[in-house]
Design a protein around this ligand. Structure first.
Ligand code: COA
Length: 152
């Protein structure tokens, strides 16, 4: 069971509430409504994958990317606290990057809080490189965003 426990799936209607719950847990300072998440299902630009825990029957992680004019904006990636450091975010990222390559996307860009060392290590382990900084980009608390990119 354990080896098939975590399943990578394209997000569908049944996952929307679960994605919202993971988002709320992981990004307490930000808002992403259930309605906005649901809209991603029909947004032609959006690519969203979830990690489904077949044992607990719930969403434990997700990645949301927008493919716009040949480039990818990585909006969010998150894994629930109790399931971290099992390689689940890496599986989500690999799936998004594979799809991006299939769709001829040339690069991925993302922003990350300067203090979010865990996420920064994660992105750097995939070869993302720091290309800039947006001063006071985040609120609650106010913080600089680091801009990272990977050429595909
Ligand atoms: C960042 C996040 C998505 C990583 O999820 P995860 O499933 O734990 O990541 P993985 O297990 O796939 O990690 C893969 C590799 O990334 C690196 N990494 C991941 N989290 C790390 C951390 N907290 N500290 C240092 N390195 C880390 C490691 O190299 C890790 O490999 P290892 O476990 O063999 O050392 C998760 O910590 C999270 O949801 N954080 C809160 C939300 C967030 O900040 N998202 C990013 C917003 S920009």
């Amino acid at each position: 069971m354990e080896q098939n426990r975590f399943q990578l799936l394209p997000m569908n209607e049944e996952h929307v509430e679960g994605v919202h719950a993971v988002f709320e847990e992981c990004f307490s300072a930000e808002k992403w409504s259930v309605r906005s998440i649901r809209e991603e299902l029909t947004n032609q630009l959006a690519r969203t994958f979830v990690m489904w825990d077949a044992l607990e029957e719930k969403v434990v992680g997700f990645i949301n990317v927008h493919h716009v004019l040949g480039e990818g904006d990585l909006n969010d990636i998150a894994v629930t606290q109790s399931c971290r450091r099992k390689g689940l975010a890496a599986r989500l990222m690999k799936a998004a990057l594979k799809l991006a390559q299939e769709e001829g996307i040339s690069r991925y860009t993302l922003e990350v809080r300067e203090s979010n060392q865990g996420a920064i290590r994660f992105y750097e382990s995939f070869g993302f490189q720091k290309v800039g900084m947006r001063k006071n980009y985040y609120t609650k608390p106010t913080e600089n965003a680091l801009l990272y990119q990977i050429e595909l």
